[in-house]
Design a protein around this ligand. Structure first.
Ligand code: PLP
Length: 435
């Protein structure tokens, strides 16, 4: 797989280069030059395959000239070692549970695959790889747990003070070893800006081998396509073929992966991009004007993104044609009040307790069905995190139903450590230069 930059279609880099650079010098994003089609026979018989088998098929279609088959197979079996069940809630409604990995969020797919790809490409004796990552909550935990103990790597996580949940903070700050956490006095966008500035800084680049673990890294996008195919397989097994996916969206990496799966040949009727009031994309699809805004804090804090970094990938997949995007992507936004109502409604109607991000995806399905009464597709809304990561949001009656997984209980006894920094780049740079 060769990749170009969304800002320079003549550029050609290998997958390995794209993984370690994370972002091209021209500040575009890497995209595959060619998107191969999965063979039709595989799609027709997809229900016969398991998640790791589907993952291998999809990954090898993209990466066969980059990672030999046996190595890729081993890498996938190690990275994708947990399930992604599409749980049936009623005849035509499913929740795709993506929170069965170590950090209890879908980002485990991307982070675990990426860390193993990087470790695979790192040669013995090479310079330490410094991973810089900004997180609004879930990325940090997934990346920390994904890289923990991976030799020859160091991870620096920036998170906004007071804007991540207690369990998320534990996942960020109790690791030690090759993981360090920085609590930034600012928003997620501030954290992301600091990371971007570091990547653009000559002095830092001369001294360190920097790489990003944010959803802009192409190696995070690829494994997120796996569960779209696997869900289609699970539904097909039940005789359902027309599928609508509703994706709770912040930086638009998850839905970007869904759209990449679609371009690889996955039959999908419609994607619904569900956002909170950070609604840059729904506004864009309505007005045609792309206007980013500073992020607003909401209950669904992993989606508090005013300038979604993967949106340019989606426009690139559709050759900048808004009309073509709108044929496949519907987008709705919901307020915190609506999110709470959605949580209650899901509990009442379908007896399911969902995290606030997931509840927004559910609300978007409801709205889509009202607006498209003739579409009888099965609807799958993605559950991107376990409800226990957001304990303060639920009414007591619903909170009481949430089971705390084992992964969390062990974190609580560990010592916490985070360094504190402001939003100025000079402070962050000095911190990094200290080593
Ligand atoms: C990261 C995250 C999202 C948003 O995903 P994007 O790929 O950034 O659109 C949604 N929900 C949860 C729980 C997340 O952690």
């Amino acid at each position: 797989m060769k990749l170009y930059s969304t800002n320079n279609k003549d550029l050609r880099v290998s997958f390995k280069e794209a993984v370690f650079n994370s972002m091209p010098q021209d500040k575009g994003l890497y995209m595959p030059v060619e998107i191969p089609q999965l063979d039709a026979e595989f799609i027709q018989n997809i229900e016969q395959y398991s998640l790791p088998e589907i993952a291998y098929k999809v990954a090898s279609t993209l990466l066969e000239d980059e990672i030999p088959a046996e190595d890729l197979k081993a890498l996938i079996d190690d990275a994708i070692n947990f399930d992604a069940p599409a749980v049936k809630l009623d005849d035509k409604t499913f929740v795709l549970e993506l929170f069965h990995g170590p950090s209890l969020a879908f980002k485990d797919f991307g982070a675990r695959f990426m860390s193993r790809v990087m470790a695979y490409f790192l040669k013995d004796g090479e310079q330490l790889l410094d991973v810089l990552v900004a997180t609004s909550g879930d990325t940090g935990g997934a990346v920390a747990l994904g890289f923990l103990g991976v030799p020859n790597t160091r991870v620096t996580i920036l998170y906004p003070e007071g804007k991540v949940s207690p369990i998320q903070e534990l996942q960020l700050t109790t690791n030690g070893e090759n993981i360090r956490a920085i609590e930034v006095k600012g928003t997620f966008d501030d954290c992301q800006t600091l990371v971007k500035q570091a990547f653009a800084d000559d002095e830092l680049n001369a001294k360190f081998r920097l790489t990003s673990a944010n959803s802009i890294n192409i190696s995070r996008l690829i494994p997120q396509t796996f569960y779209y195919f696997n869900t289609y397989a699970q539904l097909k097994k039940q005789g359902l073929k027309d599928v609508v996916f509703s994706v709770p969206s912040g930086n638009f990496g998850n839905i970007g992966a869904g759209l990449l799966a679609y371009k690889l040949g996955l039959p999908v009727k419609q994607f619904i991009a569900a956002t909170n009031v950070n609604d840059t994309v729904p506004r864009f699809l309505e007005s045609g004007v792309y206007e980013t805004r500073p992020s607003t804090q909401t209950y669904s804090n992993a989606m508090d993104v005013g300038a979604p970094s993967n949106w340019i990938r989606i426009m690139d997949l559709f050759d900048q044609d808004i009309a073509a995007v709108k044929k496949v992507v519907t987008s709705y936004r919901f307020t915190d009040e609506e999110t709470l109502e959605g949580i209650k409604e899901l509990d009442n109607k379908l007896n399911y307790v969902a995290c606030p991000h997931t509840a927004i995806a559910y609300l978007a399905v409801e709205k889509y069905r009202i607006e498209n009464p003739s579409d009888e597709s099965a609807a799958v809304f993605l559950s991107t995190a376990h409800a226990c990561k957001f304990p303060d949001i639920f009414p007591a009656r619903i909170a009481a139903k949430i089971e705390i997984p084992e992964q969390v209980k062990t974190l609580e006894s560990r010592p916490k450590h985070a360094d504190q920094l402001g939003v100025d780049f000079d402070g962050f740079k000095a911190y990094l230069l200290k080593g």
